[in-house]
Design a protein around this ligand. Sequence first.
Ligand code: PBG
Ligand code: ZN
Length: 320
Amino acid sequence: MKRFRKLRQNEQMRSFVRENRISTDDLIYPIFVKDEKNIKEPIESMPGIFRYSIDRLDEILDEVVSKKIHLLLIFGIPSHKDEKASGAYDENGITQRAIRYIKEKYPSILIIADVCLCEYTSHGHCGIVKGNEILNDETLPLLAATAVSLAKSGADIIAPSDMMDGRVEAIREALDKSGFINTPIMSYSAKFASAYYGPFRDAAGSSPCFGDRKSYQMDPANGREAMAEIKQDLAEGADMIIIKPALAYGDILSSARKAFDVPLIAYNVSGEYAMVKTAAEKGFIDEKRIVLENMLSLKRAGADRIITYHALDIARWLSE
Ligand code: PBG
Ligand code: ZN
């Protein structure tokens, strides 16, 4: 009889043969910064997550830094929206100002800037709209301008999440032309049209006011197509790739890990977070064990790093 239990007999032995571990170095923490004064607003569908104004960002960032989280993904919530998403590429836009503030006050933090238009458009779509159509090529220059303006503000990494075709190439070209030859692109290469983004759209006020995102984000039924999207983004100059959502897409992570030798990031999205938090609040599940198990599943599937709203809770548990 082969006795597998030899290696499970006590914690020291289990730790010795453990294949994956979670550390704060694995985690990217998303934050929402709102263009207002003196606010820390709870997001109802994401218990434990708040929108902060710049003047109160320290309340969260002091703890983030002291708990050894070094990577932030930043989302701005503007006070003004219009058809061409002017706020996205405004030098004094909310995200630009937030990045400048964080870079100056917390120089050890690496800032990843999400690049998309949906938080800034009056209609909530990720691109320029004509009639009922979301235009691809007309959107590219605006995404490129947004990326350059965020890089100018101090963003360390540019993360396009719009899913327009050709955006990585357009952004790379614009960054290079503006002298940002050393700013990496971390592309949301395989981003699915998912119901799991519901709470985020609440948080950022970015729900499309007509239709849905199915003509640009991927069909959840398609796995092979995700590999083609990743391959294309890498050909256009992406340095790292994101798979999103994460937990229901372990197969995509695993295939991408085998096919591509670049850093692979899983985005554990708002709906995944909300489900765990709500069940935990009701006492139906053990939050800490479930969250750590979910994180391990993503690492096992092949993720190098994980974007997650649980990051600060995990950092607190790890420092206990
Ligand atoms: C912007 C963007 C979204 C998310 C990240 N960037 C929303 C969307 O595509 O509708 C979702 C993040 C989450 O659900 O946690 N395009
Ligand atoms: Zn968008």
